[in-house]
Design a protein around this ligand. Structure first.
Ligand SMILES: Nc1ncnc2c1ncn2[C@@H]1O[C@H](COP(=O)(O)OP(=O)(O)OP(=O)(O)O)[C@@H](O)[C@H]1O
Ligand code: SF4
Ligand SMILES: [Mg+2]
Length: 337
């Protein structure tokens, strides 16, 4: 495979609150190649948004700070980039759809003004032409009465409409990398399908690389080539979408897959992983998933498991997988599934 277009290397982003240092992102590494769609999944609070904000150099400081690690975009280390350089890259080469739409919409300007500005940064067109492209984009993301909405302000729109405007803005600049943080969660199913179609089109036709953060494993199955599973600030598993969905290895990933509704088994109660995700802490010893893990044994409470990698690129952070590698047990012949 070619060199990655975006590399997150051993990223540590911490928050400093109430005299405490919280390692919200604790040694995360992710590669994204040209034309690839990589999904990031994991429970609320596991560090997905902070990872993406770190890539964009938008972690609120204070209280947050990237304390270690590197982020390379086309070979350039973004952790060394000035704010001026980052402004050029953001919304231009790397675009982000934020989980909270108001983060990237300016309440003082109309939707049209904001879209027209974004379009004219990238295309040498007149204001009039840019306005009709803006209306076209709004139509494309399913905004009703687009020719009126273009002259309205963000507060005049519903949350779902704002989300779609933001998607239109992110797509308008033809980015090389699109980071989409829960882009469709607030939208109804029909619009969700349209937005996913648009993203797929962008990926196929323009080879846009996409980092897609989502809670929805159905979206992952439909969209992604590879999946990164995060738990409490760390990557606990990584593999191709097929590997993760068909043969999950980490007990947390297994729980995630088990909690997917099965349309064939209508009488079955939906499984949910017992307990809640632990807030990361610097003095924590042992595997972060241990309090919720059915397979935990003594060592899990005493040592932190490393991320183990197979030749194929498959990665798992679990002592059980270590045993599996030592024994050379094929993946379909495990005793603990
Ligand atoms: N501004 C902040 N100040 C303090 N702590 C923060 C801040 N933003 C995030 N955190 C902490 O960082 C951790 C990771 O948060 P993050 O927003 O990345 O979670 P997430 O995986 O995106 O969750 P969700 O699925 O709910 O969006 C959490 O423990 C959160 O409390
Ligand atoms: S290392 Fe231990 S506690 Fe952690 S996931 Fe594996 S078996 Fe469970
Ligand atoms: Mg988030």
């Amino acid at each position: 495979m070619s060199e990655p277009i975006l590399t997150v290397q051993d990223l540590h982003t911490h928050f400093f609150t109430d005299n405490k240092e919280v390692p919200a992102v604790d040694g995360v590494s992710i590669d994204l190649h040209k034309g690839e769609v990589v999904g990031i999944v994991g429970e609320s609070g596991c560090g997905k948004s902070v990872t993406s904000l770190s890539i964009m150099q938008l972690v609120p400081n204070p209280p947050g700070k990237i304390v270690n690690g590197n982020i390379y975009f086309k070979g350039k280390n973004l952790t060394d980039a000035s704010e001026k350089q980052m402004r050029k890259i953001r919304g231009n080469e790397i675009s982000m759809i934020f989980q909270e739409p108001m983060t990237s919409l300016d309440p003082l300007f109309t939707i049209g003004n904001q879209l027209i500005e974004a379009i004219r940064i990238h295309q040498k067109v007149s204001k009039k032409q840019a306005k009709s492209s803006a209306i076209e984009l709004l139509n494309l993301v399913g905004i009703p009465r687009a020719s009126e909405v273009v002259d309205e302000f963000p507060h005049q729109l519903s949350g779902g409409m704002r989300q779609r405007v933001m998607i239109a803005m992110a797509m308008s600049c033809d980015p090389e990398v699109l980071i989409a943080d829960e882009p469709t969660t607030a939208l109804d199913v029909t619009i969700q399908a349209q937005i996913l179609d648009l993203m797929r089109k962008l990926n196929k036709e323009k080879q846009t690389s996409i980092l897609l953060i989502t809670h929805d494993l159905g979206v992952v199955a439909e969209m992604c080539d590879r999946v990164v599973v995060m738990y409490s600030g760390k990557v606990v598993e990584e593999g191709t979408v097929r590997e993760i969905l068909k043969d999950p290895k980490h007990p947390y990933t297994k729980g995630l897959i088990r909690s997917l509704p099965n349309i064939k088994a209508t009488d079955q109660k939906l499984y949910s992983i017992p307990g809640t995700v632990m807030r990361p802490s610097l003095d924590q010893v042992g595997c972060r998933f241990a309090p919720r893990c059915d397979y935990a044994f003594d060592r899990c409470w005493e040592e932190n498991p490393e991320l183990l990698e197979q030749d194929t690129g498959r990665q798992v952070r679990c002592f059980l997988y270590e045993k599996e590698i030592e024994r050379g047990v094929p993946s379909n012949d495990r005793t603990y599934s």
